[in-house]
Design a protein around this ligand. Sequence first.
Ligand SMILES: [Fe+2]
Length: 290
Amino acid sequence: MYLSKHQGGNAVSTADHFDPGEAKKWKKDVLEAYLGVTLKRLFATGPDAFEEIYQRLKQFTESLAATEAGNGVTVAQEVPEDAGPQALPQAVLDTVTSLAFAIDAKDHYTQGHSQKVSAYAALIAEAMEMSDAEIDEIRLGAVLHDIGKVGIPEQILNKSGPLNPDEWETMKSHVVFGAKILEPLKPLARIREMVHHHHEYFDGSGYPEALRAEQIPLGARIVAVADAYDTITSDRTYKKGRSAEEALAELERCANAQFDARIVEIFVRVMRQQANPIIEVASLTPSRNS
Ligand SMILES: [Fe+2]
């Protein structure tokens, strides 16, 4: 991530001294810088890291909105909640995406997970003939699905053995942290729903709200299938990744109980048409193998 010269610290409070025309760009730089510093430190995850990043995102989105209002151009508060990612500055989207990748990178065994889930989810959205904007939204929602893990203490996140019941409850809270961290980014309302509900089960036995069937946002149902497929086919500390065919059979077995059967059916059909049905992260991001 680009780190600007403004990374020094208290420069934020001097925003009003800037020419409003320059201020918007400057604030983007500062946003990147502050969060960039945080990511560069590769913070220990946990409630403190969550709070720090949440407050920064909140502060800077409010700051950007104030600048736009001052310019008399677009008042960000008036952007409808369903406006989608394109209503946000690219720097903000880059920042949350970088955060998701940084969380992935903390665990070699889930490295690339968010990107692969995103690629699988986009395949489903395309097969469902969604619009380009909807597909892009699914793609981003899938990248961000586990962003709330920034709020989970590292000893739980990276524990090699099974989690005890208390640790498991803590781990489950990543969906709530995820929804919370995206709260300041109002145009991402649908993506926030995907993040919040990607562990709901179709039969109502999932979390955090035990939603069932169509009560679960469509994007969350898509991410759930893509997430499970990547988890089954990837190596973990405690297991070897299974084959695409085994994973697809497992998804079919859990259709209706855990997953939306219609989405599983679409995914299975699409994956059986792929020459290589298991996406390698290296093919998505060649530079991340260092
Ligand atoms: Fe998750």
